[in-house]
Structures are given as C-alpha cells and as structure tokens.
Design a protein around this ligand. Structure first.
Ligand code: SER
Length: 315
C-alpha cells in the first residue's frame, strides 16, 4: 500500500505520472492541483483530487494528513523560458514551494521526488557527455531554482533524514499534456505540425544539440528512482538521465522518414536560443544506470513512430 500526493498533477509530467501511479499502486494516489487547472476526464475519475497550491504550506500538510501520504511528487514549476519572463514567481514556486514541501515531509516522514533539469548546467559546464558531478552555474532563474533545489533537497536528507531523490530531466516529449514555456518545446511542437500536415517554424537553430526523452521513459525514471534500494544510492539530488540527443535537423530528418511532405523553416527565438546554447549537448547518465538501473526504452526513431501513431489516432 502506497499513499502518494502529486503536486502539479495536471501539468506536463503530472497528467501522465498520476495515472501511471494509480495503475501501479492501490493506495491513495492524490491529484493535487491549483484552481484553474482542475483535473478532468480519467484523471478526475480514477482517484482522489484536492486543491494544493505549493506556496500554501497548510494545504500541503492537510492533504498529507488527510490521505496518510508517504511519498510526495513535487512537480510544480515554471519551465525555463516562462521563468525568464516571471523570475519572481519562478522563485516563489520553485524555492519557497520546495521549502514548504520539504518541511511537511520532515514533519510527516514523507519521501520527496522533485524533478531537476539539464537547466542546472551553464556555459562553463563541459558540453559533451556532461558528467554527473561537474560545474552547475546557470544564468537563468529556472536553472538557479533547480540548482538551489538540488542543494536544499540534499541538505534535508543529510540534516533531517528526509528521503529526497531527483533526476535532471532533459526535454520531455509527449503526445498528451503540452509542456508550455520550455526551451525544448519545439521537439513536441514539430510532431503536432507533422501530424496536422502543417509547416513547422523552428525557434531553435540548426546544430543546437540538447538531450531529450519520451514521456514513458520519464515516468519510469521518476518511479524507478523512488523505488530504488537506498543502500545503492551514492547520489540523490539529482541524477543525470537522458535517452537521446539531437538537433532540429536530426528530428526533422527522422520525422520525414514517415511524413516526407513536412516542411521546416527557422525563426530563431533569441531567448530560447541563448538558454539552449548554455545547456549541454549530451549528458553522461552512467551514475543513474549503475546506482538504480536506469535504462530508457525509446530512441529517436521509436519515439517518432509512437508519437505519430498516437497523434494520428486522435485526429
Ligand atoms: N524542458 C525544460 C525546459 O525546456 C527543461 O527542463 O524548460
């Protein structure tokens, strides 16, 4: 029996992670949401849901108490490009919010998963096969909150024994909930254009390589790490994880194998391009593989086939 609270359950990751957790566990799998982002359809009908604004510590504590929660998935965040336009709000959600979650976890003895990101790295980090333990000095608010979040989560583990764990997600690609406001969003949008028969205008320049991952692998990373034997974990916050690395030309060429008529032009967005340029070209995720058996199932071609099939089914 496992009782889980998902904060941000209607967002990009939460929408699918909540359903996956309900498929796996038979306890209370509680969908936390903010007013205006209510769960709908299967997400609403398949289990309990409750208003949890991460900036309100009492709401987190009440939900944890009510449903006897033992694990919190803290998915509330603004993605990188949005965070640059609203840095104060990004801090409030990313840092004040995380502090609230960790304090409740300390009080009630919960484990905590908080996604980190390739955004923790910056211009002076080694770009190729970026190591697990290396320079983290980002110049974006998103990156600043993610690095600080990693440090704070490790602090709560060392100082208070809170079971905090995290992965540095790359760009996540899914046919279900849209990302919105991220630097890697183009790799989702191009599939929608391909499936609809529309021209795709790419905001990221050719030759810009970034790590990416298909959502089923992201879900198995989050759940796999939380189920890992703690005795094997040398690292905690946060593990490099990746499934593939590509630039716009590579994903375009791959999609054209199945949608030869797809046309792509470029209109580079300077904000997103500067962020992308500061991130790694490819991560070394060998620590995650060794310490808890991380092993993604989808490469670019397998992801493309599934994305196009799923999007076409929906019409
Ligand atoms: N997908 C995220 C973003 O682009 C990276 O963590 O902001």
């Amino acid at each position: 029996m496992k009782n889980v609270l998902i904060i941000g359950s209607t967002g990009q990751i939460g929408t699918e992670l909540t359903l996956e957790l309900r498929r796996i566990y038979n306890g209370n799998i509680v969908a936390g949401y903010i007013p205006g982002a209510e769960p709908k359809g299967e997400l609403l009908e398949s289990g309990p849901s409750i208003v949890v604004d991460i900036t309100q510590d009492k709401q987190i504590a009440e939900a944890v108490h009510k449903y006897k929660v033992d694990t919190i998935y803290n998915l509330a965040a603004l993605l990188s490009a949005t965070a640059e336009t609203k840095p104060q709000l990004a801090w409030k959600i990313g840092m004040d919010g995380l502090f609230n979650v960790l304090e409740v976890a300390r009080e009630f003895g919960c484990a905590v998963f908080t996604p980190s990101s390739i955004g923790v790295f910056g211009n002076n980090t080694p770009k190729d096969r970026t190591p697990q333990d290396t320079i983290r000095s980002p110049r974006t608010m998103y990156g600043v909150t993610k690095v600080s979040g990693e440090l704070l989560s490790d602090y709560y583990f060392i100082r208070f024994g809170v079971d905090t764990r995290s992965v540095r997600f790359p760009g996540l690609i899914s046919h279900i909930a849209p990302p919105g406001g991220g630097t890697t969003d183009y790799a989702v949008d191009i599939y929608h254009s391909a499936a609809k028969g529309e021209r795709f205008v790419c905001p990221i320049a050719a030759g810009t390589f970034m790590d990416m991952m298909y959502m089923p692998d992201a879900l198995s990373a989050a759940i796999g790490l939380m189920e890992a034997d703690p005795a094997r974990l040398i690292h905690r916050n946060a593990f490099n994880v990746t499934a593939m690395s590509f630039d716009p030309e590579m994903i375009y060429a791959n999609i054209r194998k199945y949608v030869p008529e797809l046309v792509m032009d470029y209109a580079v967005d300077p904000l997103r391009q500067a962020i992308a340029d500061s991130w790694p070209n490819s991560l070394d995720d060998s620590c995650a593989r060794e310490e808890w058996g991380w092993n993604p199932a989808y490469d670019l071609d397998a992801m493309t086939r599934d994305m196009l099939t799923q999007l076409r089914k929906r019409g």
